[in-house]
Design a protein around this ligand. Structure first.
Ligand code: GDP
Ligand code: MG
Length: 599
């Protein structure tokens, strides 16, 4: 049987999960009675946010073909994972909502897909809707891809109309990954050493670390001794199998197949995305697949339980999360204001938000998250070198000899009409325009260099919003450069709120100080007295606001009548209070810390 490996590239809500559901039904991969909508979005958070955080591969059979579908996360924080999943397939369905047209998440992933020479199958979805503009959207796709109009498929993932044709097109157009079964001898023969690309890995309570792989060459069988070439870890295969979409064990998986290798390892950091698995006996003769990298944390923040007695719960939860998230780093830390907690490293702000949400939902821990920071290399006047990523640890300026921060190169793809707006935003973020290219008649590609601290916080979201979603961004860290940053201290009611301190560029101290106090004014719950909020750099106040005193009791309006309503309100207030963290005498809701950083 021939194998077709593909993914679906689509903007949020354009119908990727719904299309996957229809494919699962039409190929009888999942019994109808077991179907639930958006079956492949297994995390509750994904369902809610409508984004794919964890990709779920699935194997189907259609008209004598084996078809493997991999889903891809669509955010810059996870661009490395996306690039590895695209390495695992030969084709991509470009799925576009007929009422929305081509959107940027699509474009950045499409851009990656084209770079990997994937066969692209353009599909217009939601043609059942009255607002569908099939003609207009076709034209956009033609402009973008240069496809022929008759090659664009029209479907409704909701009703199933046209979905069969999509499956047929994948079989017809996507190049074969390999034929199965391979001729005798080719599996085990000389020169057919195993090379399996890890495109994801998970920790399973029963199976240990499970590597999701695309077998490039050779085959792997239960019991094989294997080596992870990038991390140089030796191991024995506990089980191999395919995704139906749940694990289905098989005797072996071979070249072209997408499947899993259960390893028995306990640490997910030993089975890294992008690494190559080979057989231990062959490891001298086998070349590691190109592109292996370990994504480094870019943003650091402290996570503390709102209620200090929850620390053991947080520690347990953090351990569980790290089992499944090899990019999350965590070190125990103690702060005088916030007590015992963790200093964590994240791939970006979305990653931080996801971790925070998961801790809250899956483990029921309320957190204070301190304002995030990138890493700084500081050389002290004593000659001592320090890695600083917390305002807490930021040395007194008089002891600082020099400082460095990371810079990155960023590629921004955008429709020409947003050029002015993008130039402006990039200037605000200290971006240096290195070069620009014209792509086709409508689109531009800009190459920038800018400090990582400017990129990680909200640049991605800002670009998305000023380009109505059509702009896309990818980036690489390029190295360390001289930095000029200071510590901004926030005082509430004349007390330092340590968790709110920020490391910021000296030149922006006033502007950022003003923005922070302005936001705090709205975030700080009103007290019985007026609360001054100040931002200061090295003892000098750069911005100031006052939260006016509370006038009314919350229940004041509910005089007479409804006692239950009054009690409910008071209950709610009490619950709210439990969620508040104590900053000196002033309470701040936990979510305030992230809100503060966004523009
Ligand atoms: P995803 O974010 O790309 O995975 O999108 P979903 O599959 O979750 O779909 C987003 C929304 O669009 C859901 O409410 C779907 O029911 C709806 N939807 C998906 N495909 C169609 C379609 O062909 N027609 C209509 N009317 N709605 C659709
Ligand atoms: Mg989805």
């Amino acid at each position: 049987m021939e194998i077709r490996n593909f993914c679906i590239i689509a903007h949020i809500d354009h119908g990727k999960s719904t299309l996957a559901d229809r494919m699962l039904e039409l190929t009888h991969t999942v019994e109808m009675r077991n179907m639930q909508a958006q079956l492949l979005d297994s995390m509750e958070l994904e369902r809610e946010k409508g984004i794919t955080i964890k990709l779920q591969p699935v194997r189907m059979e259609h008209k004598g073909f084996i078809m493997n579908l991999i889903d891809t996360p669509g955010h810059v924080d996870f661009q490395y994972e996306v690039s590895r999943s695209l390495k695992a397939v030969e084709g991509a369905i470009l799925l576009v909502d007929a009422t929305q047209g081509v959107q940027a998440q699509t474009v950045s992933n499409l851009y990656f897909a084209l770079e990997q020479n994937l066969e692209i199958i353009p599909v217009i979805n939601k043609i059942d809707l009255p607002a569908a503009d099939v003609e207009g959207v076709s034209q956009e796709i033609i402009n973008l891809l240069g496809s022929k109009k008759e090659d664009i498929l029209h479907i409704s993932a909701k009703t199933g109309q046209g979905v069969l044709e999509v499956l047929d097109a994948v079989c017809e157009k996507v190049p074969a990954a390999a034929s199965l079964p391979l001729p005798e001898g080719e599996l085990e023969g000389v020169g057919a050493g195993l090379r399996a690309l890890i495109f994801d890995s998970v920790y399973d309570d029963y199976k240990g670390v499970v590597a999701y792989v695309r077998v490039m060459e050779g085959s792997v069988t239960q019991g094989d001794s294997i080596t992870f070439l990038g991390t140089d870890v030796d191991d024995r295969v506990v089980e191999v199998g395919v995704f139906k979409p749940q694990f289905l064990s098989r005797e072996r998986i071979g070249a072209g197949e997408i499947g899993y290798i259960a390893t028995g390892l306990k640490n997910i950091r030993q089975a890294r995305v992008g690494d190559t698995i080979t057989k231990t006996v062959e490891k001298q003769n086998v070349q590691q697949l190109p592109g292996f990298a370990i994504p480094q944390p870019k943003v650091f923040a402290g996570l503390y339980p709102v209620d200090g007695s929850d620390f053991p719960v947080l520690r347990e939860a953090m351990g569980r999360l790290q089992l499944n998230d090899s990019s999350l780093t965590a070190h125990m830390e103690r702060s005088h204001a916030l007590g015992q907690g963790f200093r964590c490293g994240f791939l970006g702000m979305l990653h931080l938000e996801i971790v925070q949400e998961r801790l809250r939902r899956e483990f029921d821990v309320e957190l204070v998250v301190t304002t995030p920071s990138v890493l700084y290399h500081v050389v002290l006047t004593s000659g001592e070198k320090k890695d600083i990523h917390t305002p807490d640890a930021f040395p007194d300026p008089s002891f600082i000899e020099s400082m460095e921060e990371q810079w990155c190169s960023a590629d921004i793809l955008l429709p020409r009409k947003y050029l002015g707006a993008v130039f402006e935003v990039m200037a605000q973020h200290e971006g240096n325009l290195i070069s620009q290219e014209v792509l086709g008649t409508e689109r531009m590609l800009l190459h920038y260099e800018l400090p990582l601290r400017e990129l990680v916080v909200d640049l991605y979201d800002q670009l998305k919003s000023i380009t109505s979603g059509y702009g896309s961004l990818s980036y690489d860290v390029i190295g360390w450069r001289q930095a000029d940053v200071v510590k901004l201290t926030i005082l509430m009611n004349h007390e330092i709120a340590e968790a709110l301190s920020l490391i910021i560029p000296r030149s922006k101290a006033e502007a950022i100080g003003r923005r922070v106090v302005d936001k705090l004014k709205d975030l700080v719950p009103r007290q019985q007295f007026a609360v001054p909020i100040q931002a200061a750099v090295g003892g000098k106040v750069v911005a100031r606001e006052t939260v006016p005193a509370l006038r009314k009791d919350v229940t004041a309006k509910l005089y007479g009548g409804d006692v239950t309503r009054k009690r409910k309100l008071l209950d709610k207030q009490k619950k709210g209070k439990k969620r508040l963290s104590t900053k000196g005498s002033i309470n701040l809701p936990p979510e305030a810390y992230i809100q503060l950083l966004k523009r």
